[in-house]
Design a protein around this ligand. Structure first.
Ligand SMILES: Cc1ncc(COP(=O)(O)O)c(C=O)c1O
Length: 341
């Protein structure tokens, strides 16, 4: 459903607002001091989250960034490196986090859609002992910057087994893992099996205002919980937000609707501006558009869009990223395409 004030917001799936049901659940949430483990709503959310991804424990964190950073802190020691796709969020957007918090650098791969192959791992490990030690590999599924592409489970399983053979730990940045699930029908626990830890977000597309979890085995999560406290992430009566996150988790299948809408947007843009979008590459809720095929003057257009209550992010180079979510609908897509035409 579109926003009540008529704004069509394609900037991100993080712009969704909590539903009436979420707000009511937040208002009536049973709470306690979560640092003491006393918040029943958080405890329920952590249990449900761990169960959905087939891990034994979970810890609630305020953001996906903190979930990734804590996982990197847990899995690495200063001076080591992390093997990841060059566009992965933890490297490209979280930027100085891994360097500042964990003292690690990145060894990068550049496969299509964020894919890392067994050969990539073998190549990275070839000079082990000469270059900095690689202790961790990170998957990101779905892969945000490549346009929400799904990394196939088979590839994850195969590459992970090679990485494990080399002694690497594995973290899955599953900020949008339920988009991958909705797109493929593969259960979340199968993707999660390819990592020792997985983090996922309630605040993207699922509509919760705040929150992510890191899931793993009990010993790992106990330590991640300790690191969360060290970073100042020990929260108190946080059941007020966990209550909304529980509803987001329960209703995660709704993400399939966003994929249908993104498919429609991609098809309409491809028809109107040939070559601007490859609809077959739109796996989930993110549509990457080649702006040179739409050919407009960005500063002027952005001003006119804002006046027409259409919100989009500026392009990165030639690439324009449009995102569908619960708070945009068919009429918003029509309005955006007509506007561009
Ligand atoms: C793949 C991925 N990981 C992590 C994050 C970070 O999440 P947050 O904004 O909650 O810190 C994002 C945010 O968009 C993301 O796309």
């Amino acid at each position: 459903m579109a926003f009540a004030d008529g704004t069509a917001d394609f900037r991100s799936d993080t712009v969704t607002r909590p539903t009436g049901e979420m707000l009511a659940a937040m208002a009536s949430a049973e709470v306690g001091d979560d640092v003491y483990g006393d918040d029943p709503t958080v405890n329920a959310l952590e249990e449900e989250s761990a169960q959905v991804v087939g891990k034994s424990a979970a810890v609630f964190v305020p953001t996906g960034t903190m979930g990734n950073q804590l996982s990197i802190m847990y899995h690495t020691s200063p001076g080591e490196e992390v093997l990841a796709d060059e566009g992965t969020h933890s490297r490209s957007v979280e930027r100085g986090g891994p360097q500042a918090l964990s003292g690690v650098g990145f060894r990068t791969t550049s496969g299509e859609g964020g894919r890392i192959t067994p050969e990539d791992v073998e190549a990275a490990m070839e000079m082990a002992g000469f270059y900095p030690r690689i202790s961790l590999m990170i998957w990101e599924n779905t892969h945000n910057l490549s346009g929400g592409r799904v990394i196939p489970l088979d590839l994850m399983t195969e590459t992970t087994s090679v990485a494990r053979r080399h002694g690497l730990s594995i973290h899955v940045d599953g900020a949008r893992i339920f988009n991958a699930v909705a797109a493929t029908g593969v259960p979340a626990h199968r993707y999660a099996e390819t990592g020792d830890t997985i983090q996922f977000c309630f605040s993207k597309g699922l509509g919760a205002p705040i929150g992510s979890v890191v899931c793993g085995d009990q010993e790992t999560i106990d330590e991640v919980r300790y690191l969360r406290k060290r970073l100042g992430g020990g929260m108190r009566q946080v059941g007020v937000i966990a209550a909304a996150a529980r509803i987001a988790l329960r209703d995660r299948d709704r993400l399939a609707e966003d994929h249908v809408l993104a498919g429609k947007l991609a098809t309409r843009l491809a028809e109107s501006f040939p070559g601007s979008v490859e609809p077959a590459d739109v796996d989930t809720n993110i549509v990457n558009v080649d702006i040179t095929k739409v050919a407009f003057d960005w500063p002027e257009m952005s001003e006119r869009m804002r006046r027409d209550r259409i919100l989009v992010n500026p392009p990165f180079g030639d690439l324009w990223r449009l995102v569908t979510h619960r708070d945009v609908d068919d009429s918003d897509v029509d309005r955006l395409v007509e506007f561009l035409r």
